[in-house]
Design a protein around this ligand. Structure first.
Ligand SMILES: C[S@@+](CC[C@H](N)C(=O)[O-])C[C@H]1O[C@@H](n2cnc3c(N)ncnc32)[C@H](O)[C@@H]1O
Length: 293
């Protein structure tokens, strides 16, 4: 579906060309309908404390929408006319103190400090930006209108009906939200509560963007399984079962990753001792490469 809409944005039909009078660079100017802008900002939960960068900012509507929600925001574009329109609109809306615009090639924009990056660009442009986006601090949100990031699958997606939309897939907008994943691939070591004392847990995580697969070594000589690992930004969760599959001690881990360290809380459900919550810490003792980046 997104391929069809990509085709339409890159080779605009004559009727759509009227909508795309301006725009300079690698993709023509097509404004995101306001209802879609509002949905993008809601999906990324943009608010005071955020710094949003819209890559290819057009008439500034995404930047102005973010500033209206209390965020600082920057738009970059190569089209001087659109940059003037955007700057005037920010002044008119009373958000010029938080919304600024810069004439710049979006591939050269320094994204340092951004907590949210938005795009309405073609898929090959999104893919070219992808390594730079993945290098941003874990948890940075990326929201794209209509176009995907290849095999970096979104954490959330929404499809909304937009009857007035004539470009891309007419009448429909596809919205995608990603959280930049923390690099967690490799071997980890932790000490976990076990019986009346503690035991060493070693586990390996394989990572393709935010998608994890995990395996644990035996704990205290008992067969051990690591199940359902998930990662959103720097927030990690996984379950571990120790012992016979029909009667295991179950551990539900939740925590945050900071570099080669992780910590959080673990709920231990032990058939012999009931359920208790503890804190946990783990250390990555050997990093591995993330697949796909
Ligand atoms: C599809 S419009 C999106 C406008 C706005 N973000 C929105 O959602 O309403 C893409 C914009 O990117 C700008 N653009 C294209 N290539 C660019 C480049 N290499 N650097 C900066 N801006 C670029 C165009 O001038 C146009 O305004």
């Amino acid at each position: 579906m997104w391929r069809a809409s990509c085709f339409a944005l890159s080779l605009l039909a004559p009727a759509a060309v009227a909508l795309a009078q301006q725009g300079v660079g690698d993709v023509v100017y097509v404004p995101t309908p306001q209802v879609v802008v509002d949905t993008m900002l809601r999906m990324a939960n943009v608010g005071a404390g955020d710094y949003l960068i819209d890559l290819g900012s057009g008439d500034g509507r995404v930047v102005i929408g973010a500033a209206r929600r209390g965020a600082r925001a920057l738009g970059v574009d190569l089209d001087r006319h659109l940059l003037k329109v955007a700057t005037a609109a920010a002044q008119r809306e009373g958000v010029a103190g938080r919304a600024s615009f810069r004439e710049q090639n979006l591939f050269e924009t320094d994204l340092a400090g951004a907590t949210v990056v938005t795009t309405y660009l073609l898929p090959d442009m999104n893919l070219k930006l992808r390594p730079k986006l993945l290098a941003l601090p874990p948890g940075t949100r990326v929201v794209a209108h209509d176009y995907h990031m290849g095999d970096w699958l979104p954490d959330e997606r929404e499809t909304i009906a937009v009857p007035e939309k004539k470009v891309g897939q007419a009448g429909v907008s596809y919205l995608y939200l990603w959280h930049v994943p923390a690099p967690v691939a490799g071997r980890w070591q932790a000490t976990i509560p076990f019986g009346t004392g503690s035991a060493a847990l070693e586990f390996d995580l394989e990572q393709k963007f935010q998608v994890l697969k995990g395996q644990a070594s035996a704990v205290a000589g008992r067969p051990t399984r690591l199940n359902s690992p998930t990662l959103r930004g720097d927030a990690i969760a996984f379950q571990v079962e120790v012992g016979a599959p029909q009667n295991p001690v179950r551990y539900a881990f939740r925590g945050k990753v900071e570099g080669d360290a992780a910590s959080g809380t673990v709920v231990v459900s032990d058939p012999a001792r009931g359920q208790r919550e503890h804190t946990w810490r783990a250390r990555r003792i050997a990093a591995a490469a993330m697949k796909g980046s």
